[in-house]
Write a protein that binds this ligand. Sequence first.
Ligand code: MEV
Length: 304
Amino acid sequence: MGKGYGYGKVILFNEHFVVYGIPAIASAIDKKTIAEVKKCHGREFIIHDNREETPGYKKEKLEQQKESIRLIKKAMGIDECIEIWLSGDLRAASGVGASAASCAAIARAIADEFGMKFSDEEINEFAYEGEKAYHGNPSGIDNTCATFGGLVWYEKGKKMELLKIEKPVEIVMGDTGIVANTKKAVEGVRERREKYKEKYDKIFEEAKQLVYEAREALLSMKLDRVGELMNKNHELLQEIEVSSPELDFLVSVARKAGAYGAKMTGGGLGGYMVALTPGKELQEKVAKAIEKEGYYALRTRIGI
Ligand code: MEV
């Protein structure tokens, strides 16, 4: 039996903008997907998805998941039938890198089962292939976090850079419970960007400037400023119409409860938001405020 893992992730700055070559900052979180793979008799593959989930996620993503496994197998040159078990403590949901974590985990588990030696860079490439089924034309940020872990400065087509911060920082991720379609969200931005070119150029320029300042603020642990910039980033994401009323609501709940900053995270149109909540006490307060409203709150850290 081959075994592999992939990390969940949170995008702190510039999801969507990253698709167009603007830098983004993301972090792996301390939750993982585990894949186990065994050669078997039969046709392509058999999958047992035992991950916990936001209700409806696995059913909604089933066809994309099947296509993703085909793409990973093809990239790795595997024709044999494989049986796959997915588990781990990363709840399958939109906005937390669940698809990328599963792609990296499956690629590692296949390599292990077939006795193939691959570097993390190669595993990342296989995971990227798998992500195409979920994203269409992914920037590569999710599979990079899922494969390597850490706090990541990412520019499409360039080698990622690991950012080192003084110590991990607590965050809360609030789940709207809405299973979102990343492909659709990315396509929507593309269409509107073509239609409203001037407006979008301006927003994209702001996103670019903001992320360089966010990088400096993070590296020097100016967390107040990081929070403010997250709020600003949320506004830009609202302007390109990838937020949703539920995301905006959870963002305001988190801010009212004292979060340094809060924004949607990932593809948007549902899925998760993230709040910066340094210290266990503030983290608990914000998580409780989200739970009180009836939503799932994930307590985790960035820069692990
Ligand atoms: C999804 O987690 C992040 C997006 O920027 C898409 C991508 O980067 O491929 C929306």
